[in-house]
Design a protein around this ligand. Sequence first.
Ligand code: ZN
Length: 132
Amino acid sequence: MKKIEHIGIAVSDIEQANSNYAELFNSTPYKEEEVASENVRTSFFMMGDSKIELLQATSEDSAIAKYIQKRGEGIHHIAYAVDNIIAERERLINAGFQAIGDIKNGADNKLVCFFHPKSANGVLVELCQERG
Ligand code: ZN
């Protein structure tokens, strides 16, 4: 893994969170995107070499909706950039990490996959690779 690509934060109201984080960072999101496959609305702020992703559920059965119901708003996942998502996913599965679902198209022009928080001391892990 190369670096922290972004940190994902679950929010209940992305309009409110956008203006709150715009204030915090004194900048504006460089991208806002709805990801239909995940039932989320996202926005991204640059933070040096990495990013902050805000995620709001667009449906009740979205993972973000369930997360907020259980734990409230907060850090939802940490995403790590990889060069070869297929190889890295295989490596982790072989090492005993528990994958959640398959590799899929994520926000911000990325291929993404996830590993269960149980596998990483309580933090949901996202791998992401730039889509070519
Ligand atoms: Zn993410």
